[in-house]
Design a protein around this ligand. Structure first.
Ligand SMILES: *[C@@H]1O[C@H](CO)[C@@H](O)[C@H](O)[C@H]1NC(C)=O
Ligand SMILES: *[C@@H]1O[C@H](CO)[C@@H](O)[C@H](O)[C@H]1NC(C)=O
Length: 375
């Protein structure tokens, strides 16, 4: 090649290069604008969902007063709540439990992670900061000790730690039956919901244990709530103590839950199981003791009914099934849902309660004190 041609080629290459880098910058700007617009639309969309009307909650509460005459246990609970009304505190008694089921195929990303006993142990740390009366059930002496240490900063009477053998529970006595149901040919395979019979049992145990706490008078408050060990996982690393109170706008005659999906009243029980459908998130539920007692009785009855029809999954499917208008056994109390309609509100009830407390906390810190703390 002659030197002239080489020079020309170099000039052309240079021009192409500057054009290329200009184009790259333009592309980058375009990319940022598109991503920014998409993110903005995404935020607007989720914000707009919050304005959706929650027509489920407009259903009137069912009254249970007439049941006192036919259910001596419920009558006794009601009598206690009425006669001790002045001495019972307006707090919420928290009930939780931990059974070591080994590693669960739940919460895995790209085949990694999963819910291991170590992860649950980390999540438990929050219970050292929850300033409520607490009842913990576990079948592990090690976990009982962990809770004892976590709760040592509260007065001793605020924590009851019960070590039990899970074979003594109704819920775990169902394991062989559930295992048989899950191994039916063609039964859906959602891990762990319709695979691990012990996981299903642990979900039913929530209702049995809350019912036990109420029946055996293991509480001295006007409200009671089930709380999964992992619900407050997002705030494990915070430091401040907080109480779990009654959620804003709470209906005293209903059971409060997080609303996960819109309620579809046209589903059959089997459809809910094979499509692994959910309506409310099972991690937390809160009610007055009388309402809660009736609710847990209904739940356990429906579990037995579904087992008799060779169907089972977790609490979230059982609850969806029992509230279907065509289901032969209708629950005697209603559910109140707390939701932003985002379909990712598994734990919303717990976080909205904590948020209203944190909000009060923030307001009480004056700007001056805040500025002072910066110095
Ligand atoms: C629990 O009870 C079962 C049967 O009653 C027994 O085989 C098992 O050893 C018990 N487990 C513990 C930890 O005590
Ligand atoms: C459920 O628990 C029983 C008793 O501890 C155990 O033998 C069984 O393997 C467990 N099932 C699963 C699916 O892990």
């Amino acid at each position: 090649m002659s030197p002239e041609i080489v020079l020309r080629l170099e000039a052309v290459a240079e021009r192409l290069c500057t054009m290329d880098s200009e184009r790259a910058v333009n592309r980058l700007i375009l990319f940022v604008v598109i991503v920014g617009t998409m993110y903005y639309c995404y935020c607007l969309y989720y914000a707009s969902l919050r304005f959706e009307e929650n027509n489920w909650n407009s259903r009137p509460a069912k009254k249970i007063d007439h049941l006192y005459e036919t259910d001596p246990e419920l009558k006794k609970i009601h009598a206690r709540m009425t006669s001790e009304t002045d001495s019972l505190s307006s707090e919420v008694t928290i009930v939780t439990a931990y059974f070591n089921l080994g590693n669960l195929n739940k919460g895995k990303r790209l085949g990694m992670g999963g819910y291991t006993p170590e992860r649950y142990k980390k999540w438990m740390g929050v219970f050292g900061r929850i300033d409520n009366p607490l009842v913990v059930f576990t079948d592990s002496a090690e976990i009982a000790q962990v809770f004892k240490e976590l709760r040592s900063q509260f007065a001793a009477e605020r924590s009851t730690i019960v070590l039990l053998n899970r074979t003594s529970l109704w819920a775990f006595s169902l394991a062989p039956q559930i295992k048989d149901i899950f191994s039916q040919p063609g039964y859906p395979k959602f891990d762990p919901n319709t695979i691990n019979e012990n996981y299903s049992c642990a979900m039913h145990a929530k209702f049995e244990l809350v019912s036990k706490v109420i029946r055996e008078e293991m509480f001295h408050t006007k409200y009671i709530s089930w709380l999964d060990i992992g619900l407050y996982r997002a705030v494990v690393d915070e430091k401040h103590i907080f109480p779990i109170g009654v959620p804003p706008g709470f209906d005293e005659n209903k059971v409060a839950y997080s609303g996960q999906h819109k309620f579809d009243p046209t589903l059959s029980p089997y459809q809910i199981i094979i499509e692994d459908r959910t309506w409310v998130g099972g991690a937390m539920f809160l009610a007055r003791p009388e309402v809660m007692y009736v609710y847990t009785q209904d739940y356990m009855r429906v579990v037995e009914k579904l087992l008799a029809e060779h169907m089972m999954s977790t609490d979230q499917q059982v609850i969806y099934i029992m509230f279907q208008p065509n289901f032969p056994y209708q629950p005697r109390v209603e559910i109140q849902t707390y939701t932003t309609h985002s379909t990712d509100d598994w734990f919303y009830l717990g976080y909205t309660i904590k948020e209203s407390w944190d909000f009060g906390l923030r307001r009480s810190v004056s700007i001056l004190r805040f500025l002072h703390s910066l110095l």
